[in-house]
Design a protein around this ligand. Sequence first.
Ligand code: GLU
Length: 280
Amino acid sequence: MPIFRFAPSPTGALHLGNGYSALYAFDRARQMDGSFLLRVEDIDQGRCRPEHEAAMLADLAWLGLTWEQPVRRQSEHMDDYAAALAKLSDAGLTYPCFCTRKDIAREIAAAPSAPHGPDGALYPGICRSLSLTERRDRVAAGAAFAVRLDCARAARMIAGDLSWYDRQSGQQYLQPGLHGDVVLARKETPTSYHLAVTVDDALQGVSHVTRGADLFAATHVHRLLQALLDLPTPEYDHHRLLQDDDGVRMAKRHGAVSLAQLRDEGRDPGELRRSLGFEF
Ligand code: GLU
C-alpha cells in the first residue's frame, strides 16, 4: 500500500505554502488508496515548541486532513538516529569536526577557489585530515564538535550509479559530493535533518515522498545515506512552491499568510482547498 507523509517542523505557524504541501501529500494518498502519515520534525529543540505543534495539528484538521495514529515525533526517537550514525561511523565514513562557523568562513575566504553546492560554499575539509590522536585529545578536552559525513569515502563505498525517480523531473543520478561533507549530528542535537528524515522515511515505510521543490537537491544526501545504510529508496515528488502576491516564495520569515489567519478571517476550508487545485 502506498504510504505518503507530511513532515513539518513546529517552529512557527503553518503558512499557506505548508498547507499546500500537506494537501498535496494527502490528496495523492487519497487518489492512490494509500495512507497518509504526519511526522513532527522537532529535533531542533531550541526552535521547536509544543504550542506550535498543537496549533499545527489544529490547522491541518481545519484544512480537512486526517492522518494515521500515532504521530511520529522525531525527538522521541533519537536512539534510531544514533544507531544509524553509529553504523556510518563504524564503517569509517564520519569524522568529528571542531570548526566554528568563523573558522570555516576564514578558510573559505583564504582559499584560491571554494567549491560550491546548492546551499553555498562547501565545507573545506579542515577537520577531515586531523590525526586520530588529535581527534581523541580534543574530544577528551571537552571541545564541541559536529559529526560530518566523509563524502569522498562514502562515494568509494557505493557500487555503480545510484539513481532515484522524481515524479516532476524524471530519473536522477546521485552526485555523492554535491553537498560536500554534510553535518550528520551535533553535540546539542545528536542528529541532523538529513539523517533523521532518511531513517524515518525508511522506518515508517514511506513509499512516496512529496515535498517542496526547495528540498530537491537535498535528495542527493538522502539517496546517498540510503545506499550507505541499506535502506529502500522511495519515489520522490518535489512539487512547486506557492508564491505570495509579490512573486516571492512563501516562507515563515517573509510573513507569509498563516492558515490560522485564514481560519480566523472565516475562510471556508473546502473553498480554500479547491482554490489550491484539490478536488476533495
Ligand atoms: N521538516 C522539513 C520542513 O519542514 C520537511 C522535510 C521533508 O519533507 O523531507 O521543511
